[in-house]
Design a protein around this ligand. Structure first.
Ligand code: TYD
Ligand code: MG
Length: 437
């Protein structure tokens, strides 16, 4: 039934052979290691350059992964085009034919020739067409051979899953072949100073299709994630040997490709409402503070087991805050259906959103909005105390920039400089004061 696959191990791959020829490794001290800082490769696409850690590092192997159709090929074509203004880029499209690629490039044309590009020094189109070359070859050994002879600065392989290796002991499409491919590309990049960017698919669970096995081998892994409501695409660094992780870049998918959204907070705030059940919080995503709106709806339940429908946050976190409020504020949230969401499709993991969650629930319960332009920053302990959060300085500074005027924080929260009104709370019971209770 095809459940067993014969895997022939050729003699050259046998372990004994590898080890019998091993040389004694040379050991050196840190001082003896020569370092040279290779200049980073900038694309001029600000969100991309920041997420990759301040430009791409020469001789690195980078993976971009994400759901099918999310925009990986589009992003890479745009990046390739920008970089090709000063560097030589090879683009191996193993999934799409050259005609399809041309079709995409035509679609992107208006943004590719974008005069607002931040790199005025190199606009002539002829340079780009020379610097950026395409191929639809899918055999890895030949790609590597071409790269070794031509020595471009960057090669892009879109996607690695569609590559195969001739004369390999591993099966095309298998995880072991994927590993072998990654290994060969790693050596190519280190030996020839070439940046190699590959794309890979993930399944819904992010496990089978391979990139997870690649994550260990490569220098950097970036996820391109989507969010349905506003065509927003988030580029997230999950591993980066040359930069910060959890750095986020924002793009929106337009008819002419991915456009940067450098001012995501303005974008997010424009969508926020000042209504009962809404609370604004701020969290750090990488090096950047993000303003988010929490929305709660509580309604007297007609069910014996009231509903808890939560998205964007661990539902246990909301249940926990509701339990704390019930215990210490004496409101009967256990008789209420609770619907809770985070605007903009973001996922929150930390406890910094506790106070905002409590305010959103109370505000919906009492049907009273929070003070206008206020932001809640605090954790809540199981005993109902409001706890200060770390790094509040960045959050406050960003919030002020976007017109926030009131800070709702813990009693002992230290805030160095702010022009905002500060309202302090010692425990959850004191939160009621905002609702005229
Ligand atoms: P693509 O880059 O092919 O995704 P991936 O390589 O991750 O599979 O993106 C394809 C999607 O993007 C497709 O659904 C159409 C959409 N798209 C736009 O909305 N605008 C554009 O300008 C382009 C090129 C694609
Ligand atoms: Mg693609």
């Amino acid at each position: 039934w095809d459940s067993l696959v014969e895997n022939v191990i050729s003699a050259t791959h046998s372990a004994t052979k590898i080890y019998s020829h091993a040389e004694t490794p040379q050991l050196v001290s840190l001082d003896a290691i020569d370092t040279q800082d290779l200049p980073r490769i900038f694309s001029g696409i600000g969100e991309w350059d920041r997420v990759v850690g301040g430009g791409l590092v020469p001789e690195s192997l980078v993976v971009i992964t994400g759901d099918p159709g999310i925009g990986k090929s589009t992003l890479l074509l745009q990046v390739a085009y920008e970089i090709a203004k000063t560097k030589r880029v090879f683009y191996f499209s193993t999934e799409e034919s050259l005609q399809q690629l041309k079709g995409r490039a035509l679609r992107l044309r208006s943004s590719l020739t974008n005069p607002s590009s931040t790199r005025p020094e190199c606009s002539p189109k002829e340079n780009v067409s020379k610097g950026l070359l395409f191929s639809d070859a899918a055999e890895l050994t030949s790609m590597i051979a071409a790269t070794r002879t031509e020595k471009p600065d960057i090669i892009i392989i879109d996607s690695i899953q569609n590559c195969y290796i001739n004369d390999s002991a591993t099966l095309p499409g298998s995880v072991s072949q994927l590993r072998e491919a990654a290994f060969q590309l790693m050596r190519l990049s280190k030996e020839h100073n070439i940046t190699v960017i590959i794309t890979g698919h993930i399944t819904k669970e992010g496990i089978i299709a391979g990139p997870k096995t690649l994550e260990h081998m490569v220098d950097a892994v970036f996820y391109l994630q989507g969010e349905d409501r506003w065509q927003t695409r988030i580029l997230r660094a999950v591993k980066n040997r040359f930069g910060a992780i959890n750095e986020l870049g924002f793009f929106s998918m337009e008819h002419n490709g991915l456009q940067e959204v450098p001012n995501i907070n303005a974008h997010l705030l424009s969508e926020m409402s000042h209504a009962p059940g809404s609370a604004i919080i701020s969290i750090m995503e990488g090096s950047r503070p993000i303003l988010l709106e929490l929305q709660a709806l509580t309604n007297a339940s007609k069910l014996t087991m009231p509903q808890r429908v939560v998205s964007g946050l661990d539902h246990k976190q909301v249940v926990l805050i509701a339990a704390i409020l019930e215990k210490y504020v004496k409101i009967k949230l256990s008789m209420q259906d609770i619907f809770f969401k985070v605007s903009g499709g973001f996922k929150i993991t930390g406890a910094e959103s506790d106070l905002g969650t409590a305010f959103a629930l109370l505000s919906s319960y009492f049907q009273e909005p929070l003070p206008e332009k206020s932001i809640a920053l605090g954790e809540i302990s199981l005993t109902g105390q409001i706890k200060p959060i770390n790094n509040i300085g960045h959050l406050v500074k960003e919030a002020e920039k976007f017109g926030i005027t009131t800070l709702l924080v813990a009693k002992n929260q230290v805030i160095e400089k702010t022009s905002c009104t500060i309202k302090r709370f010692h425990n959850v019971y004191e939160l009621l004061s905002l609702f005229g209770q």
